[in-house]
Ligand binder design. Structure first.
Ligand code: SAH
Length: 367
């Protein structure tokens, strides 16, 4: 890295990468840890303000590196305290990050890609198409910005990778950014408070288990392959049986670990008593909790939200079978900050089919 003349954005580096970059420069890794702390704990981007580094090192860093954070172009606050930032990245793309306060808990919903290639039929990000993966700096930059912008009485206790994009198709960048979220020198969040949400890229789930132990949420949304193929086209490549086996393996060996299964409630589509009973069977033997998400409508959507009474009944059937099931409260819908409503701005999107083939290794061909 230090061999090239390119200025390095230190926001891209987790502890390990920062230490090796410093080592390559012939600088003690101890200083890498100091810098990591300055950037993420103290929100300092100016090397001159990193007062416990020697002057010579500071001026050397100035010549080689920078700390470049995403720029806020719009800052919206909902009546319920939900906060949404629209961030501009280099090359003009825009992504959205949402903060959701809830008592003494505060959850930041972070994006991992500009747009999304998966084409889930009920998600408005899908309509945007896919542009590109975010860098580590752009992913952790969302946490950095929120950390700077939030007030004293707005704690940041949890991060969920549930914004735009499919995090497991941007694997290395997402894992490195999650390292920084959990690092004591940075945001120090527990692995139980950082949650990656995936539509179910099975081989990547296996890899994730080997390199990380963050919490997992799986966007299930349907109890049969036939229905799930329609809602989450990725299911044609990784059907429910394979996905459940991977979930079981992910949870193995940690008794505290529960996997969250997200289930969007679509009126007359996946919300019948029968679907609830089939879902119970699918989740049998998996340490699961179910998160029922009332569908959030958007322009051009072909679905409607299930009535509250239907959602309650569905939940009751699950709970009678001993499953933990909660209904996610819809937050921030006055500022379009609810699940599936994040759109940002996707520039130069290529045809989705093409991108999908690239990012998923050929799923497009099987549809
Ligand atoms: N690609 C990842 C993360 C992004 S989606 C995944 O699929 O999990 C985050 C969550 O919001 C998913 O559970 C997704 O299915 C849900 N979601 C998407 N569109 C929605 C909508 N219109 N209403 C409610 N939930 C939605």
């Amino acid at each position: 890295m230090s061999g090239s003349n390119e200025i390095v954005n230190l926001l891209n580096l987790n502890r390990e990468a920062m230490e090796s970059w410093f080592t390559e420069l012939g600088v003690k890794p101890f200083h890498a840890r100091q810098v990591l702390k300055w950037i993420h704990r103290h929100q300092v981007t100016d090397f001159d303000a990193m007062t416990d580094l020697g002057k010579a090192l500071r001026s050397r860093l100035k010549g080689l590196a920078t700390v470049r954070v995403p720029e806020i172009v719009l800052d919206q606050r909902s009546e319920d305290g939900t906060h949404k930032w629209l961030l501009e990245l280099v090359c003009g793309n825009r992504i959205e990050t949402v903060y959701i306060p809830d008592g003494d808990r505060g959850t930041l919903c972070v994006s991992s890609q500009v747009g999304c290639a998966l084409d889930c039929s009920f998600c408005s990000t899908a309509q945007q198409g896919f542009n590109r993966n975010l860098s580590v700096a752009e992913i952790i930059g969302q946490v950095w910005v929120a950390h700077r912008e939030l007030q004293q009485d707005e704690p940041l206790t949890n991060v969920v990778l549930m914004g735009m994009g499919e995090p497991l198709t941007n694997f290395d960048k997402v894992v490195a950014a999650m390292d920084i979220m959990c690092d004591d020198l940075a945001y120090g969040l527990s692995k139980y408070r950082v949650t990656l949400s995936t539509a179910g890229i099975v081989p990547a789930l296996k890899r994730l288990r080997e390199v990380s132990d963050v919490s997992l949420a799986v966007s299930l949304h349907a109890p049969t392959d036939q229905l799930r193929n329609e809602l989450v086209p990725l299911n044609r490549k990784y059907p429910i049986g394979e996905l459940m086996a991977a979930c079981k393996a992910y949870a193995a060996g940690d008794r505290r670990r529960k996997i969250t299964f997200e289930y969007v409630m679509l009126d007359g589509v996946n919300d019948s008593d029968d679907c609830a009973r089939q879902l119970i069977k699918v989740l049998n033997g998996i340490p699961a909790k179910v998160n029922l998400i009332p569908f959030n409508p958007f322009n051009g959507a072909r679905y409607k939200r299930s009535p509250q009474s239907r959602i309650d009944r569905f939940r009751e059937i699950l709970m009678k079978a001993g499953l933990i099931a909660i209904t996610r409260r819809t937050r921030g819908d006055d500022i379009d900050a609810a699940c599936g409503q994040l759109v940002g701005r996707v520039r130069d999107k290529s045809r989705r089919q093409l991108r999908q083939e690239v990012s998923l290794g050929g799923i497009g061909g099987r549809r």
